[in-house]
Design a protein around this ligand. Structure first.
Ligand code: DHB
Ligand code: FE
Length: 282
């Protein structure tokens, strides 16, 4: 992990995401040599075709090589791939589901967040900035049965757009927690509204975004993994209406079904949001 006095740089965030990816997952797929050959060949052919079509020069080829080397040096492959590629993998993986829509996981999930019952407050600093938010809902099966004992695993960034365990100086489980639905399938989460998030701009991913004159923003979002015994886990995100980047998310991960409908609360200047999850059978 990074130390408190390090700045929240792309290199630090990227290195944390890369380290996390390496330790938490087993990265093997039982893909046959024929399928590896097919996929590798078609990807390479798409590259060749792009070079021919646009008459790519040696200078541009060398710039690409230097950039690819830098993505690795900055540890930014998880960030880059999750922003620009994961949304299509998710689309393919979840195409046949009838229940709640999923979307990308992104690089900042941390397994093992504290259990907080069916109603609780996410761990946060005494001085945690941001609009207070209560997020509640029900988990059901596609047949409409409330699922008690379902897990709602939530993580989101703070009011500055930083994620605990990936940006330095934030307590380990800040704005991360797991909830277990009650006997009626309900959960209630007290937290703060996350801020829009700008993917780190000082590393290799930022360099290509700048070189292409794109922007680096994702709209404000909550990340969730919702699961229950004998049901398929869904990884998703929820968004807030009116965010300037709902229509041009750099990660292409917004779907209309994932839009919240926040209501202002009478006291405290906070918001209340309700969202139900529907899980497909396993
Ligand atoms: C990235 C960050 C996110 O918070 C997210 O939801 C998706 C992608 C990223 O920096 O790659
Ligand atoms: Fe995110």
């Amino acid at each position: 992990m990074t130390s408190i006095d390090e700045k929240a740089t792309a290199a630090a965030t990227g290195a944390s995401a890369t380290e996390r990816f390496r330790t938490d997952k087993t990265h093997t797929a039982d893909t046959s040599p024929e399928r590896v050959s097919l996929l590798a060949r078609e990807v390479l052919e798409a590259v060749h075709e792009t070079i021919r079509k646009h008459q790519v020069t040696y200078a541009e080829y060398d710039a690409l090589k230097a950039w690819l080397i830098q993505v690795g040096a900055d540890g930014e492959w998880p960030l880059f791939l999750d922003v620009f590629v994961e949304h299509v993998v998710e689309e393919v993986a979840n195409a046949a589901r009838e229940g709640s829509k999923g979307t990308i996981e992104g690089p900042f999930y941390a397994p093992g967040a504290p259990w907080l019952g069916s109603e609780g407050t996410l761990p946060m600093r005494d001085s945690e900035a941001g609009t207070p938010m209560t997020f509640h809902g029900q988990v059901r099966s596609v047949a409409g049965k409330p699922l008690s004992g379902a897990t709602v695993d939530i993580w989101h960034c703070d009011d500055d757009g930083f994620y605990a365990q990936f940006a330095p100086g934030i307590p380990e489980w800040n704005l991360r927690g797991r909830f277990e639905t009650d006997e009626n399938g309900n959960f209630t989460i007290h937290t703060i509204q996350p801020a829009p998030y700008q993917i780190p701009t000082d590393g290799a991913t930022g360099a290509i975004i700048r070189a292409a004159n794109w922007h680096a923003w994702r709209p404000a979002h909550l990340h969730l993994k919702v699961s229950a015994p004998e049901h398929l886990l869904i990884t998703t995100q929820l968004y807030f209406p009116g965010d300037p980047h709902n229509d041009d998310d750099i990660a292409t991960a917004v779907k209309p079904e994932l839009m919240l409908d926040p209501k202002k609360t009478e006291e405290g200047g906070g918001i209340d949001v309700e969202y139900d999850f529907v899980l497909d059978p396993a």
